[in-house]
Design a protein around this ligand. Structure first.
Ligand code: PEP
Length: 252
């Protein structure tokens, strides 16, 4: 039984004060929530504040990125030890914005995934095709390559948890979404790849999220798909009302 997971990716938004105010509102909306897991991924600057505020609440905290090394001369980077220290349960890895604007490669992602698992941080591995790739019929190939290469060198996932987020690049922040059926097709395909790489049992327990312009108006249809176990939410996670509604609609 996979518990639905809704993750808010705040991206490069909100000052620490604004982040604290949003999380306070979310806490009151999610007190005693059961049957769905909620996580928020603030910018590094407000991780500590948000993490402290979320202690003893039902909201988990994640980071939006990390470097693979534990410490050293890597100016501007944040290590898994630092995230662990701040109480991060999750880290988003390989988001398309990291790939597009910061040159992140599958090889980088694979090093980060290994490091996250070593430090007991659950990686949320993002895969997804661009519009040109979709139009060329390459969606499955792109997602397969990204996933296989991100998990390269990880021989088994026994005792380790990963989450995969299918995020069509053309649907992120655009208001466009994949159709729930198309998203479920890719989620099912991702599960088959995991079954092939590891085992059917492992594939069955991995949570696969959809991401790309998720909002209260469309979450129910995505959640109704058999292979979609939750959502990675960008824009709509920045407002307590819309994020709160998305989470509550998952319980319907
Ligand atoms: C994201 O940042 O992962 C995302 C899906 O953004 P949005 O919900 O704004 O499309």
């Amino acid at each position: 039984m996979r518990i639905p997971l809704i993750v808010g990716n705040w991206k490069m938004n909100l000052t620490t004060k604004e982040a604290a105010s949003l999380v306070e509102k979310l806490k009151s909306r999610f007190s005693n929530i059961e049957g769905v897991e909620v996580a928020v991924c603030p910018p590094f600057t407000s991780l500590e504040t948000v993490s402290k505020l979320c202690k003893e609440s039902s909201i988990h905290v994640g980071a939006q990125n990390m470097f693979w090394e534990e410490q050293g001369a890597y100016t501007g980077e944040i290590s898994p030890l630092m995230l662990k220290d701040l109480g991060c349960k999750y880290v988003i890895l390989g988001h398309s914005e990291r790939r597009q604007f910061f040159g992140e490669t599958n090889e980088n992602v694979s090093r980060k995934v290994k490091s996250a698992l070593k430090h007991n941080i659950i990686p949320i591995i993002c895969v997804g095709e661009t519009l040109a790739q979709r139009e060329a019929g390459e969606t499955d190939r792109v997602c397969r390559e990204q996933l296989q290469e991100s998990l390269k060198g990880i021989d088994n996932l026994e005792g380790n948890e990963i989450v995969v987020a299918y995020e069509p690049v053309w649907a992120i922040g655009t208001g466009k979404t994949a159709s729930p059926k198309d998203a479920d097709h890719v989620a099912n395909f991702i599960r088959l790849i995991l079954a092939n790489m590891y085992s059917a049992k492992t594939a069955e327990r991995v949570r696969i999220l959809y991401g790309g312009s998720v909002k209260p108006e469309n979450i129910v249809e995505f959640m109704a798909q058999p292979n979609i176990d939750g959502a990675l939410v960008g824009g709509a996670s920045l407002k307590a009302d819309s994020f709160g509604e998305i989470v509550h609609l998952c319980l319907v």
